[in-house]
Every structure is written in structure tokens, then in C-alpha cells.
Design a protein around this ligand. Structure first.
Ligand code: ARG
Length: 245
């Protein structure tokens, strides 16, 4: 008995999971993705932040949010560094192998951003072209898996669009909302219709059913009482204004 207790203690210390019940819900995101997450000065703001804040409220806990590169968002919940990964994360079969997803909170997809002087007409046109994407995203896997070629990887959708403006890539592929924000006020740029159909959800470490339940209840509530719709409108307006500056 004693041996088992000692072992359990040693194991919990070693794996760093000793204090199971924290008083804070930690969100991890990548804040270059308006209106879902963007920087308002030094503060991280956006729809995903409000969703996660509402989850923390439901659990009666404090709330914290941190931004990292998009490639590091899902690994942060797997390692236990954060509780909630919310970053306009598309539910994919591949990701489902590593994390649990909440119910989806938005239906969306990716689009092609192009110069009006070089209009995008159809998928075939993308073959063999230099295409900019944000690293680690479904836009990247669209290029590698569907088009079977190597994309030009950037840290953010805005950085990819800057490369398009500068003529370093011919097209950019990105999620529709950040893409719309990027082309705001840019007369020479336009976006296509959806080229995929995707859904965003919150990702958490596997095997946390209580947390998953709280997230799903929160999502149902904010959809039903109009908060989600209000955030979409407000943060789209705020992010567009920030872009104009
Ligand atoms: N929806 C896309 C994906 O899951 C892009 C998400 C990028 N999000 C971000 N915050 N940068 O791959």
C-alpha cells in the first residue's frame, strides 16, 4: 500500500500533473486571426476569447489567455500547458486522433486571396503556382495534400497577404474571415468563394469529459441567447477598424 502511494506521488511529480484542480482556465491561441483572435494593443481579443472566458465563468474559475505560433496551439493542450485551444481551429480527422473537439460553433471554410489583375477562376489554376499559407493550418494541408505541392509558409494570414502584395507569391489561401480582414481597404485584392467547407471547435486534451461538457453547454448557451452572434458582429467591426488604421 505504502509503496503504491509513494509510486503515485513520484509519478504525479514526475509528470507535472500534481495539482489536478487548478483555479484558472488557461486558453491557448494564435492571435493573428481576426475576428476570432487579434491583438488590441497588448491584449488578446476576439470571438474565441469570449467563448473561452464564458467557459471559465461557467466553471467558476479565473481566466487566462496566451498566444503562440499556430503550430504550437494543439500541442499546448496535449502537454497540459493549457486547458482550452481555441484559434479558429478546424475539426479534422487527423487532429481528432490527438485531441477531443467540442461541438462546432461556426461553419466556415477557406478561400483564395488574389490580385484583381490576376483573377482566380478555378482550382486547376493553382497547380504549380506559388501559394502563401499560414503554417500549420488547413490551408497548408490543402496545398500539400490536395494540390500535392509545397506552399510558401508564413506566420500569419496577414504576412502571407503581404507576400502576395509584394509579388512573392501568386495566390494566398486562408480562412474566409481573416482573409476578408486582410483585403479590407486593399483595392487591388479580392477573395474567391469557399474552396472547402470546415467547422471550428474548441480542442482539449483527450479524456476530460467534465471540461468537454462545460464547453458544449457554453456553446449551446451563447448560440441560443445571441451572444455568439453579437461577438461575431462586434469583433468583425473592431478588427476591420484596426486594419484601417
Ligand atoms: N481553420 C484553420 C485551421 O484550423 C486555420 C486556423 C488558424 N488560426 C489562427 N488563430 N491562426 O487550420
Amino acid at each position: 500500500m505504502k509503496k503504491i502511494a509513494m509510486f503515485a506521488l513520484a509519478a504525479s511529480v514526475l509528470c507535472g500533473c500534481a495539482p489536478k484542480e487548478s483555479d484558472t482556465v488557461k486558453m491557448i491561441t494564435e492571435a493573428t486571426f481576426p475576428p476570432y483572435e487579434f491583438l488590441r494593443g497588448k491584449e488578446i481579443a476576439g470571438i474565441d476569447v469570449e467563448i473561452c472566458r464564458a467557459v471559465a465563468q461557467k466553471l467558476g474559475k479565473k481566466f487566462q489567455c496566451e498566444t503562440v505560433d499556430f503550430d504550437s496551439v494543439i500541442p499546448a493542450v496535449i502537454s497540459g500547458k493549457a486547458d482550452l485551444a481555441a484559434a479558429g481551429i478546424t475539426v479534422t480527422e487527423d487532429r481528432k486522433k490527438n485531441v477531443d473537439f467540442s461541438d462546432p460553433y461556426v461553419k466556415t471554410g477557406i478561400v483564395v486571396v488574389y490580385k484583381k489583375s490576376n483573377p482566380f477562376k478555378d482550382r486547376d489554376q493553382l497547380k504549380g503556382k506559388k501559394i502563401g499559407v499560414q503554417s500549420g493550418t488547413t490551408s497548408e494541408t490543402f496545398v500539400t495534400d490536395e494540390l500535392k505541392q509545397e506552399p510558401d509558409r508564413s506566420k500569419s494570414p496577414a504576412e502571407a497577404v503581404a507576400a502576395l502584395k509584394a509579388g512573392r507569391v501568386e495566390f494566398v489561401i486562408a480562412d474566409i474571415d481573416p482573409a476578408k480582414n486582410c483585403v479590407k481597404g486593399e483595392e487591388e485584392l479580392a477573395i474567391s468563394d469557399f474552396i472547402t467547407s470546415e467547422e471550428y471547435a474548441v480542442a482539449i486534451k483527450k479524456g476530460r469529459p467534465e471540461l468537454l461538457k462545460a464547453i458544449n453547454e457554453t456553446i449551446a448557451e451563447i448560440k441560443a441567447d445571441g451572444r455568439l452572434e453579437k461577438w461575431v458582429k462586434e469583433f468583425t467591426e473592431e478588427a476591420d477598424k484596426l486594419k484601417e488604421k
